[in-house]
Write a protein that binds this ligand. Structure first.
Ligand SMILES: *[C@@H]1O[C@H](CO)[C@@H](O)[C@H](O)[C@H]1NC(C)=O
Ligand SMILES: *[C@@H]1O[C@H](CO)[C@@H](O)[C@H](O)[C@H]1NC(C)=O
Ligand SMILES: *[C@@H]1O[C@H](CO)[C@@H](O)[C@H](O)[C@H]1NC(C)=O
Ligand SMILES: *[C@@H]1O[C@H](CO)[C@@H](O)[C@H](O)[C@H]1NC(C)=O
Ligand SMILES: *[C@@H]1O[C@H](CO)[C@@H](O)[C@H](O)[C@H]1NC(C)=O
Length: 389
């Protein structure tokens, strides 16, 4: 970061992200969408966006991918206080595909959580950075991480640290990033998505204590290293054995990673239709895997040929811009960071066999009902997120 780089910070609270999603949203198939069939089950999924004509450069090189993963892992291994449960992070092509599609759409804001989730796998959080200067990925990740100076472990009033907590969120172990140069606004746009989503406001990003305390037999360089294993569909990872317990014992979560077997779907538990309604599929990160039928996560043709998505690699030559909107000069650059955090309202707790969990008050329908649910489950959620790390 050069001496002239001026940094302006912007935070879009997840609350804002969620209020953008109308409560009566129903999931519709994307028709005629330019994406792989598995993404078409979610209307407006970011993976189905077409590249904006103004995205004159796009993509992340193989070397940049290595840099991104290595730097995240270095920063994760050095957290202070030390982490008992910091997982080693690895690259995920699905996560990266969605991040890249969002970057080259040149819309400088967060996409909705439901627009970036990987259907039948997991949810994703997001860090953004954008500005008139081309940055290396090392500097971009370091900028997100630099919020560590405002972070107090165990503090109750941490704010403006969402990029940092996402970078070191112990259970978000897959990263995938995208880049585009958006010529109309002379903006270099950096997007990283992180899965499974976490980064809940108010919760700590990892458990403090002795480094690797929770994974002594899998410890490498202060990180719990499960060789890229990921537990999908809310499967619980046992980090000292590197195994997954699949979510709620449902028969359609199978294999070592709890992947979804769409041929083995059983009817959704009653909670899905009694309590949640389809709007919950886009509102709450856990509803799609708890209620796969209602949310249509398998509702596509598995035999269809996936489209080939190609992006060109970033070139080192920057195109000149003639845009009048540009105010940056060679010595003053505005860099903006955005971070999407999961608010307490992003997850609802369904309990082990959940039909018995109902809100204590039936306060109507629509937004009010959802809000009531969010409040009811707030305490549980914070507890759950913290202790399930
Ligand atoms: C999808 O995008 C269209 C066009 O922007 C919008 O009208 C519609 O509400 C969006 N649907 C969802 C589920 O966000
Ligand atoms: C994207 O491009 C495809 C093929 O050119 C087109 O059929 C589709 O309607 C476009 N989608 C959007 C959202 O513009
Ligand atoms: C990023 O940082 C790593 C580790 O310091 C270094 O090896 C790599 O060359 C850097 N990449 C760039 C593009 O500067
Ligand atoms: C973890 O952090 C909390 C809050 O700051 C502190 O009270 C506790 O002593 C720490 N535990 C360990 C094992 O460091
Ligand atoms: C998926 O489900 C089908 C139908 O129940 C079953 O025949 C098949 O073996 C399952 N596949 C896996 C990988 O479990």
């Amino acid at each position: 970061m050069g001496p002239y780089l001026r940094i302006r910070w912007f935070y879009m609270l997840s609350v804002m992200v969620f209020t953008c999603v109308a409560d009566d949203v129903r999931l519709k198939r994307n028709t005629n969408a330019n994406c792989e069939p598995r993404f078409t089950t979610i209307e407006n999924h970011s993976a189905c966006l077409n590249r904006s004509a103004q995205a004159t450069q796009a993509g992340v090189t193989e070397q940049e991918k290595v840099d991104i993963v290595n730097l995240h892992n270095l920063l994760r291994s050095q957290v202070n206080p030390p982490a008992t449960n910091m997982m080693k992070m690895s690259w995920d092509n699905d996560v990266a595909l969605v991040a890249q599609k969002w970057a080259e759409n040149c819309d400088i804001k967060h996409d909705g959580n439901y627009q970036r989730r990987i259907p039948a796998r997991f949810s994703s959080g997001q860090n953004l950075a954008y500005g008139g200067a081309k940055l290396t990925w090392n500097s971009t990740v370091n900028l997100w991480h630099s919020e560590v100076s405002k972070f107090t472990y165990g503090g109750t009033s941490n704010s403006g640290v969402g990029h940092y907590t996402q970078v070191v969120w112990s259970s978000s172990i897959k990263v995938g990033c995208g880049y585009a140069y958006c010529s109309t606004s002379n903006t270099h746009y950096y997007v990283c998505n992180y899965s499974p989503g976490g980064n809940s406001v108010g919760a700590m990003p990892y458990k403090n204590g002795t480094s690797c305390q929770d994974c002594p037999s899998k410890c490498k360089n202060n990180l719990c290293d499960c060789n890229g294993l990921i537990c999908e569909n809310d499967g619980v990872m046992h980090i000292d054995k590197c195994t997954c317990s699949c979510s709620l014992g449902r028969p359609y979560y199978v294999g070592d990673t709890c992947s979804m077997n769409c041929s083995a779907l059983t009817p959704d538990i009653p909670w899905c239709t009694n309590t949640i309604t389809p709007s919950g599929c886009s509102k709450y990160s856990n509803v799609p895997y708890t209620c796969p039928n209602m949310c249509g996560v398998c509702n596509y043709d598995f035999n269809a040929q996936p489209l080939t998505i190609t992006t060109e690699a970033t070139t080192t030559t920057e195109k000149a811009t003639t845009s009048k909107e540009t105010t940056s000069t060679t010595t003053t650059t505005t860099l903006n960071l955005l971070n999407s955090r999961v608010s307490s309202s992003d997850t609802v707790t369904s309990g082990p066999m959940t039909s018995s969990v109902t809100p204590s008050s039936s306060s109507g329908t629509g937004p009010d009902r959802s809000r009531t649910l969010s409040i009811i489950f707030l305490a549980l959620l914070v507890f759950w997120n913290f202790f399930s790390l």
